[in-house]
Write a protein that binds this ligand. Structure first.
Ligand code: RAM
Length: 860
């Protein structure tokens, strides 16, 4: 057996899950599992279990204790015979109880706290001795961002720890194996503590101090399970010569950085004692996700000198992360780094399009993303700002021309999806969507990596199926959903973003913007998509209270309120209005070309009622899976659908509003009667053709546009839209040089001026069409246990291929079209079944050929 995993991680260290789930894969070949047996080092033995289950099998052994390390193996019997025992894998528990901590919270002395963006990081250190050497662990977390060093050596390679969560109720602790960093005798533990999300600027409002006014640290180092170093009043602290803020940037004068400050020999007599702090232990938790890491480095592709003393470095693509500088110049040389996604007409970096602007502010807020460093003049010196992040492609260096390496930073997820085809522009589009996701997966799924960097629910909801094809997002999305749950209001409102900083949540001046349809529905749609991609039922169970409270709120709002326009037009409510959700704030189709402004109070009942129907329907299916009563949700979906029809579908079958988005939703969410589908699709085609075959949808309907056209027999129109290259269209972005997806269709306009974010993955959800229709690979049963291969050639594409590393193993589909014959190579992993051209394919390699009518779109 291969690919042994615990939860969604490779041998996790420090988990809190009391019943971790085991997964394994069968070696490639034709096998199907018929039985398994799991044995753990703490005495759990399942014996032979006749079952084909190999994904997420829960541990049911003796209760697991704090810091307990467990090894496990699995033996599998397949239809081809006994496959024997796997090699050994392990997991280790974290500190599960508050009283496992003897460490106390500490904070550095801060007599005066400068304004956000200008605050120094702090150095904290302690000395301790060890005499014997057993396994050593560092359990550590912070209010702010910590970076730990043992005897001067950096602990681990995780970045931006402890990660971004709803700190009011969830704070992650990392567990590191530090056995190899300790030495007999004196040891020093040092920590750099910066503001991070906890206290630094967050979101478009640039709010700071969202969870507290002071940074703080909690750390406990154990050898053989016994604490040998803990945070407490004996720690020494000093401000660091580093000013760091996630949004503003990081500035340092390397000449002022004490050398060897994290080693035992350093004299910290001039530092001050740490202050004890009274922070919570009961909210400490683990992370179900892999950590953020430096995952890739990029060499510059071009360097220009638009002005004296200035150079502009082009990394060739937009990323999230930072740069590493070498060659910092003679002592005292200062270089200022301005990061951005776009150049102005003179070739300088511009961030004007990224500055948050609001009607209630006199001027747009600063874009930030400016770093600066002053050199010591020492050879081989480097600068790497690890306490900030930037969304950028270009970096402008003023003052000195240092050597630049781009550092790509995001959650270190496993890549699981690939696509390519004969059309290079479609490949470029796929690459842009992929990199937009990579640019927005920095511990949480963000809308954009430069402007507000917030975990907007709607953006992730529309993109999660695409992301789950490209990367293993199971742990990453689970972590985020825990914050969605933590952020939910008592009345069921789901916050716009998670983690939701208090300045944007309940009780804030913008509280009323939370709870929008299509955004809050992430509480239903994201768990559902994770279930589909990974077969994870527990996430459905965990999110059940959240999704049902969200639906109860929507149903209640539908029942109790009326949109003023409707009330004016129809003083007596029609009976169906009890299930029409037309009140509250909604982003609506958001950024729909020519669409209504959500702040105008326009009626968004068509969008909201459609989502009520869709989410209620999904919740009914989830109830079936969990063995709960689905009938109420099925009924709610039916009532919402009827209300939608009564209100938005005329007796002549025409839909209002007469927009692409409304027609797309009607088809995607099954809102119209079966007999009307083809007429609705025909009208959608008319609407598309009336715009000269241009996409007219905004955020919500865009992912469904091409699929509904293809499913309704208009594959040619779907391809025409996909390949359209005049604005608005996807390929306009590619032709204008986009390396990530833009927030707006006119992100860079015809005259080369940038508007808003150039790195928003939402519109990139179109690449699911490449996976599922062009290459033709889509899941039928959870975790791709059963999948469909149905290539839909068109648009002049002569070959396409997709690969997906599913929980059962690697699926691959590759087709070529020649002489009206579609030749398809399919790899079906062990334990799965593929559907192709009306046949069922067993595990193994298959080569199939079917007649094809020259790409006109009939099924092969
Ligand atoms: C924008 C964000 C996000 C979107 C919301 C409604 O500011 O960038 O993409 O979901 O607004």
């Amino acid at each position: 057996m291969i690919g042994l995993r615990v939860e969604h991680l490779d041998h996790p260290l420090g988990i809190h899950t009391r019943a971790p789930r085991f997964s394994w894969r069968l070696p490639a070949g034709g096998a199907r599992q018929v039985a398994y047996r799991i044995r753990t080092s703490n005495g759990w033995d399942t014996g032979r279990v006749d079952s084909d289950r190999s994904v997420l099998v829960p541990y049911e052994g003796p209760p697991l204790g704090s810091a307990q390390r467990v090894t496990w193996r699995v033996r599998v019997w397949a239809d081809t015979g006994d496959l024997g025992w796997s090699s050994e894998d392990w997991f280790e528990m974290g500190l599960l109880r508050a009283d496992d901590w003897t460490a106390r919270w500490i904070q550095p002395r801060e007599d005066e706290v400068p304004p956000p963006g200008e605050r120094p990081a702090h150095l904290l250190r302690t000395l301790f001795t060890v005499d014997g050497g057993g396994p050593a662990r560092l359990y550590i977390t912070a209010h702010g961002l910590y970076e730990a060093f043992l005897n001067g050596v950096r602990v681990g390679d995780a970045e931006l720890t402890p990660g971004y969560t709803q700190y009011a109720s969830r704070l992650q602790v990392q567990t590191y194996d530090v056995t190899d960093l300790l030495r007999p005798g004196a040891n020093a533990l040092g920590v750099v503590l910066a503001d991070g999300w906890f206290r630094g600027q967050t979101g478009a409002l640039r709010s700071a101090d969202q969870w507290g006014h002071h940074v703080a640290l909690l750390a406990q180092l154990t050898v053989d399970g016994v604490p040998v170093s803990i945070t407490g009043a004996h720690w020494r602290t000093a401000p660091a010569p580093i000013v760091a803020d996630l949004i503003a940037g990081e500035q340092t004068d390397l000449r002022s950085m004490p050398t060897r400050w994290a080693s035992p020999v350093f004299d910290d007599a001039a530092w001050t004692g740490a202050i004890g702090a009274d922070h919570r232990f009961d909210i400490l938790t683990d992370s179900p996700a892999p950590p953020v890491r430096r995952v890739e480095e990029l060499a510059p592709v071009a360097v220009t000198r638009p002005a004296p003393g200035r150079q502009v470095v082009d990394l060739g693509r937009a990323i999230n992360g930072w740069v590493r500088l070498r060659g910092l110049g003679p002592a005292g040389t200062r270089v200022v780094l301005t990061h951005g996604e776009h150049l102005d007409a003179d070739g300088n970096v511009t961030t004007d399009h990224l500055r948050p602007a609001f009607p209630f502010l006199p001027a747009p807020l600063p874009a930030g993303m400016v770093d600066a460093v002053v050199s010591t003049g020492r050879p081989h010196e480097t600068f790497e700002p690890r306490r900030t992040t930037h969304g950028f492609r270009y970096v402008q260096l003023d003052g000195h021309a240092a050597d630049v390496t781009g550092v790509v930073v995001h959650t270190d997820m496993r890549r699981t999806g690939w696509f390519s085809c004969s059309d290079e522009r479609l490949n470029a589009l796929h690459e842009a969507a992929l990199w937009s996701f990579r640019g927005n997966a920095c511990d949480i799924p963000t809308d954009c990596p430069q402007r507000e960097r917030a975990g907007w629910t709607g953006d992730w909801q529309v993109f999660v199926p695409t992301a789950a094809f490209l990367y293993d997002v199971a742990g990453f999305a689970t972590k985020w959903l825990r914050d969605v749950a933590a952020d939910q209001w008592d009345d069921g409102t789901v916050a716009n973003m998670s983690p939701c900083p208090p300045a944007e949540g309940r009780g804030s001046t913008v509280a009323g913007l939370n709870g929008s349809a299509g955004w809050g529905d992430a509480a239903v749609i994201v768990p559902w998509e994770l279930y589909r991609a990974y077969g994870d039922e527990r996430i459905l169970a965990d999110m059940w209270p959240v999704m049902t409270a969200w639906l109860a709120r929507a149903a209640r709002m539908a029942r109790t309120g009326r949109h003023p326009d409707r009330a004016a037009a129809r003083p007596t409510p029609a009976p169906h209005e009890k299930h029409l959700w037309d009140t509250g704030f909604h982003w609506g189709e958001w950024l729909e070309p020519g669409g209504s402004n959500p702040f105008s109070g326009a009626d968004m009942g068509d969008v909201a009622t459609a989502y009520l129907c869709y989410s209620a329907g999904l919740t009914a299916r989830i109830a079936d899976i969990l063995g709960s009563d689905a009938s109420g949700y099925r009924e709610l979906a039916r009532q919402a659908r009827d209300a939608w029809r009564c209100e938005f579908m005329g007796t002549d079958g025409r839909l209002a509003p007469d927009t692409q988005a409304n027609h797309v939703r009607a088809l995607a969410f099954d809102l119209v009667p079966a007999g009307s589908r083809s007429a609705v699709a025909a009208r959608l085609v008319d609407l598309v053709r009336a715009t000269g075959t241009h996409v007219g949808t905004g955020f919500l309907a865009t992912p469904y546009l091409l699929p509904v056209l293809a499913d309704a027999g208009h594959l040619d129109v779907a391809y025409d839209l996909l390949r359209q290259d005049t604005e608005p269209s996807w390929l306009t972005m590619i032709d204008r040089g986009a390396t990530t997806m833009w927030e707006r269709w006119d992100g860079v306009d015809a005259s080369g001026v940038a508007h808003e974010s150039l790195n928003h993955y939402a519109k990139g959800a179109v690449v699911s069409f490449l996976h599922r229709y062009v290459a033709g690979l889509s899941p039928v049963e959870p975790a791709y246990r059963r999948f469909r291969v149905r290539p839909r050639p068109g648009g002049g594409v002569t070959w396409a291929s997709a690969e997906h590393e599913s929980p059962y193993g690697r699926i691959s589909v590759r087709w070529t079209l020649a002489d009206d014959v579609l030749a398809v190579d399919i790899t079906v992993p062990p334990g799965t079944t593929a559907e192709f051209a009306g046949r069922e394919l067993a595990p193994g390699e298959h080569r199939c050929a079917v007649p094809h009518n020259g790409g006109k779109g009939r099924r092969p």
